[in-house]
Design a binder for this molecule. Structure first.
Ligand SMILES: [Zn+2]
Length: 231
């Protein structure tokens, strides 16, 4: 049994676990399986996955493989606190000092296999640029991708660091902090289900990366993973 369920008014993970597994003790694993970092964040109308009971029992909790003390921040304020206040790099005239920002915040990380760039298939890279504070998580996650056999699923890399707005509004994208990455953008079109496997999503969640495919409607972004929730 594996199905999708849409969050109803008054739902908690406890009553959903009771409804599908007759066992409210599975609430925490169900929450983690779906990549929620707190039970407070469920939204009415949001679809979640109800995996088979055995799958849930076998699941290591999401974010289990995070370094100690390194939880993804929730919301803009915490994001700015942990990964830097990007607005302090904008002068009175509205000019962004991108070179200072990049020098202070970003680093290059070697990944264990080469991947083509989505904007130039002739170039394959083994190095990506991300925020210094998640360099270890990016490295560990991509090593796990290789070790656990998902290397072939990552055909092209889209953005890692990129100073740009979100696709859906003018707010700065989490790519600006170097805490997001896009996989196979050609086939994971925003607003669609895309085709990243559940297992790859689950694996990346274990390293603290929230999947954009869990968002709703036009916000759905199946290419996108970020080390942050609630923004
Ligand atoms: Zn993205």
């Amino acid at each position: 049994m594996r199905c999708q369920y849409v969050i109803q008014p008054e739902d908690t993970f406890e009553n959903i676990a009771m409804q599908f597994y007759n066992n409210p003790c599975l609430a925490e694993k169900l929450r983690q399986y779906n990549g929620f970092y707190s039970s407070d964040f469920i939204i009415i109308g949001q679809p979640i996955v109800i995996p088979a009971c055995a799958t849930l029992h076998a699941t290591t909790g999401a974010a289990d493989r995070l370094p100690a003390g390194m939880q993804p921040p929730h919301g803009l304020e915490k994001l700015l606190g942990i990964f830097g206040n990007i607005y302090e790099y904008v002068d009175d005239k509205g000019c962004f000092d991108e070179s200072a920002w990049c020098a202070d915040m970003l680093t290059a990380v070697q990944v264990p296999f080469s991947v083509a760039l989505s904007w130039d298939y002739t170039r394959r890279v083994r190095s990506v640029r991300c925020h210094k504070k998640i360099a270890g998580s990016i490295k560990d996650a991509f090593h796990a991708v290789k070790r656990e056999g998902f290397e072939g699923e990552i055909v092209t890399l889209g953005d890692f660091y990129n100073f740009r707005s979100k696709r859906t509004c003018g707010k700065l994208s989490t790519h600006c902090w170097g805490i997001a990455f896009d996989l196979n953008p050609e086939v994971n079109i925003p607003g669609t289900k895309g085709c990243i496997s559940d297992k790859l999503v689950q694996l990346l969640q274990e390293f603290g990366f929230t999947w954009g495919g869990h968002l709703k409607g036009a916000y759905k972004d199946p290419m996108h993973f970020q080390f942050c929730t609630g923004y």
